[in-house]
Write a protein of this length. Sequence first.
Length: 219
Amino acid sequence: MQLVIGNKNYSSWSMRPWVLLRHFAIPFDEIRIPLFTESFQEELSKYSPTLKVPVLIDAGTTIWDSLAICEYLSEKYLSGRAFPKDLIERARCRSYCSEMHSGFIAIRSQLPMNCRANRRLDLSVDARLECGRIDKLWTDARQHAAGRGEYLFGAFSVADCMYVPIAMRFHSYGVEVSAASQIYIESLLKNPAIKQWRAEAEAETEILADYELGVEISS
């Protein structure tokens, strides 16, 4: 099985299925194609029908789109364990995933993922509202899952994979959130798979100027 990804420092969509694979120790080969180079589309065309990342290639089957890949991995390799077992909880988890998949456009445009960053940004009203919505989603989920684990639905799930790049953004840009959401972010940062992704992202040398926004904070 192969997972085609972009730069770890910048590619939020690549991060989602990669973290799922690593967290659940599903063996795979990583094919990393740095984005927005002169040859990246030519390289992606060998794997991706959309010329986008990520792409999963498994036994001759090609699956694109982060959420579709996560769903497939959960069904084929985890007997559905990447979603809650309870029907209602599973529906709520999928609602969380779908809202992330289709929404939060202001955050995506104004807070690009940059694992190396330690910066501050001036956010628009729309971006602040979206940050507030995510804070509420996380707070509600953690309250509902109290005593059942440290992640959104207790045990680690696809929902955590979908929201971890947002947690990276909030951490990189110092976005203020509730105490419950901050504890959740810290839990993600301690996850071994996520720690590995961050370490490898910070070791990359490529610079994408469009993702290098904000005012650097002195250490």
